[in-house]
Design a protein around this ligand. Structure first.
Ligand code: HEM
Length: 392
């Protein structure tokens, strides 16, 4: 396979199903290369350099104004573009500071018991034959983030479909129908949060919505977009981590047995699962000024796509990168990005998986796959839409 066909394959269902052979071809071609009018990065080192470089910026609202003046009309797109994820300094620093001040390590750590109780409830109510995604991997993260945001339990299932429709705007290519659905979902979720914010302003509670609404540093538009970002950024990504992680353990019973015998290994397992099959496979930046990466000169205004899944399997960084090995030392996958936009929810996502995986293998020792899995046909957010299991 030449590198052009390898790149093209990432945009086809077969290539997306297992992009790792294509990543190998692309990485062997070059750590940084130009194709299809943009730059592509496959190396672990260069990915980290790009993510942390001060001359790199993210596509923001002003950029959208230049190539799509009506973007605000699509409220699915607007919910992302107006959030910190697509904002540059100084606005990004201000908004991120406000969000980080409410989404604290203490608040996340305090969720451990809530997460364990939710896991227990989901595991004990799992039918003998179930779709693991629908029965566990979806409800856990949505319940956790909704609990943090203060969304009442009864409203949580409603978000599942809305969020699935919304995250499609993260893909490089979407159909007109998908964009329309993203708009409808964006409007519905905005209306929901407008109501919740008003309620929490009247009667504040111990939740993130109340805390962020009380923070005077955010405009009303920023508050809304970032509450929605917290909901959606932490939802499908964590679902994918749990789905992928459980599939890996079911495929490797010796590892499931090891984790059952020593739940203290959970952090090492979670890091290796993140490295081996990252729930987020790509992110992008624009060069604000001319820069050089991997010996390649990149001009101001040019766009760079980083293939995070390729970086995580870079043999220059990880020996025998295609081997799943939780005993690796010094694992630092780029699955949560890096630099100024480093995932704000990384400690929460890690905690959820670190609590859930040992509980699953302990409470359901005979958990096994029970039919073919269905992969979500997306390039950026990688995971399963269905994973049939039997609890034995
Ligand atoms: C940003 C991955 C879970 C909230 C990011 C980025 C990545 C990422 C790669 C950076 C994007 C970029 O630099 O362009 C993941 C993965 C997750 C996960 C793989 C689960 C396994 C969560 C959770 C939350 C969350 C649970 C919150 C509840 C955010 C936010 C940002 C972000 C707010 C934007 C940070 C900024 O722009 O400053 N995430 N995420 N994520 N993530 Fe996550």
């Amino acid at each position: 396979m030449d590198y052009q066909s390898a790149l093209a394959s990432l945009f086809l269902p077969e290539g997306r199903n297992d992009p790792y052979p294509a990543y190998d071809v692309l990485r062997a071609h070059a750590p940084v290369f130009a194709a299809d009018g943009r730059w592509w990065v496959t190396s672990h080192t260069v990915t980290n350099q790009v993510l942390r470089h001060p001359s790199m910026r993210i596509l923001d609202a002003a950029d959208y104004d230049t190539f799509w003046p009506d973007w605000r009309q699509n409220r699915g797109v607007a919910s992302f573009v107006l959030s910190m994820l697509q904002t540059n300094p100084p606005d990004h620093s201000r908004v991120r500071r406000a969000a980080a001040a409410t989404f604290t390590a203490r608040r996340v750590a305090a969720m451990r018991d809530v997460i364990a109780a939710l896991c227990e409830e989901l595991i004990t109510s799992m039918p003998a034959k179930a779709d693991f995604i629908g029965a566990f991997a979806y409800p856990l993260p949505i319940s956790v983030i909704c609990a943090l945001l203060g969304v009442p339990a009864a409203d949580r299932p409603w978000f599942r479909e809305r969020v699935a429709d919304l995250t499609v705007v993260l893909e490089p290519i979407s159909t007109e129908r998908e964009m329309r659905l993203a708009d409808v979902a964006g409007r519905a979720v905005e209306d929901y949060f407008v109501g919740l914010i008003a309620e929490r302003r009247r009667t504040p509670q111990e939740d993130l919505t109340s805390a962020l609404a009380a923070n005077g540093d955010l405009t009303a538009e920023e508050l809304l977009a970032n509450l929605i970002l917290l909901l959606i950024a932490g939802f499908e990504t964590t679902t994918n981590l749990l789905g992928t992680g459980v599939k890996m353990l079911m495929d490797r019973p010796e590892h499931a047995a090891r984790l059952r015998a020593d739940p203290g290994l959970a952090p090492a397992y979670v890091e290796e699962i993140l490295r081996y099959d990252s729930p987020v496979q790509m992110t992008s930046r624009l060069a604000a000024e001319p820069v050089e990466f991997g010996g390649v000169r990149i001009a101001a205004g040019e766009s760079i796509n980083m293939l995070l899944g390729a970086a995580n399997r870079d043999p220059e960084r990880y020996a025998d990168p295609h081997r799943f090995d939780p005993d690796r030392e010094n694992v630092a996958p780029v699955s949560f990005g890096g630099g100024a936009h480093y995932c704000l929810g990384a400690p929460l996502a890690r905690l959820e998986a670190q609590v859930a995986l040992p509980m699953l293998v302990t409470m359901l020792p005979a958990l096994a796959q029970d039919g073919p899995e269905v992969r979500r046909d997306r390039l950026v957010l990688r995971g399963y839409s269905a994973l049939p299991v039997t609890i034995g």
